[in-house]
Design a binder for this molecule. Structure first.
Ligand SMILES: CC(C)(COP(=O)(O)OP(=O)(O)OC[C@H]1O[C@@H](n2cnc3c(N)ncnc32)[C@H](O)[C@@H]1OP(=O)(O)O)[C@@H](O)C(=O)NCCC(=O)NCCS
Length: 183
């Protein structure tokens, strides 16, 4: 039976994984795709715990790798449901990499995954309300609410800009850019 409402702490999830050489590029840094895959897993675990059902990833926002992750570091992904809509959830993920030798922890990125809960019929299904128990929970909920509105309006502006690109004015539009027109 799916609950009517659940606190943020009910579904908070952390996964920690050792960064092995197979995850690294030729420079010894961990591939961004490896981190994204782990983030997707923790987002799923967190969202499905809250929803009480299977969830799918719809969008991923703010993926900026601020610092490289090295082989041998322990990467921890801390996930929380920041916001719920009717059938969607926004999961915030904080990624930290620990160097066990120096006992230092660096924050590599914070990203937001929008997940949608699916029912037995594979259609979006309502999720429990979110119980906000402290100021941090409230702050994150409001932040995600704003983020959702801003992303919606940016998407509209991008669609509008794309439909109004005038290739005939390319030489004027691109005169200060680092490209060469050869057609
Ligand atoms: C996401 C998906 C469930 C939306 O289905 P839909 O029939 O369009 O459903 P709805 O329009 O009713 O939207 C359902 C929810 O998704 C949200 N949503 C849909 N598209 C979205 C987008 N691009 N960004 C953010 N939220 C989105 C809606 O706002 C709605 O949220 P709410 O119920 O909290 O208000 C469907 O497109 C899907 O299954 N996509 C594939 C997801 C997947 O397989 N991911 C794995 C990666 S391959």
């Amino acid at each position: 039976m799916v609950a009517d409402a659940l606190p943020v702490r009910y579904s908070q999830t952390t996964i920690t994984e050792l960064m092995i050489p197979a995850y690294a590029n030729f420079g010894g840094k961990i591939h961004g795709g490896i981190l994204l895959s782990l983030m997707d897993k923790v987002a799923y675990a967190c969202a499905s715990k809250h929803a009480g059902t299977y969830c799918v990833t719809v969008t991923v926002n703010r993926v900026e790798f601020l610092q490289p992750v090295e082989v041998g570091e322990l990467v921890s992904m801390h996930a929380s449901v920041n916001y719920v809509g009717n059938t969607s959830l926004i999961v915030g993920i904080r990624v930290e990499a620990m160097n066990v030798k120096t006992n230092t922890i660096k924050h590599t990125n914070s990203s937001f995954f929008t997940m949608v809960a699916k029912g037995e019929d594979d259609k979006p299904t309502p999720v429990p309300k979110l119980i906000l128990e402290n100021k941090e929970d409230v702050k994150r909920f409001i932040e995600s609410m704003h983020m959702k509105q801003i992303i919606g309006s940016v998407r509209k502006q991008m669609d509008d800009a794309r439909s109004h690109i005038d290739v005939e004015r390319a030489s004027e539009l691109l005169k200060n850019e680092r490209c060469i027109l050869r057609f």
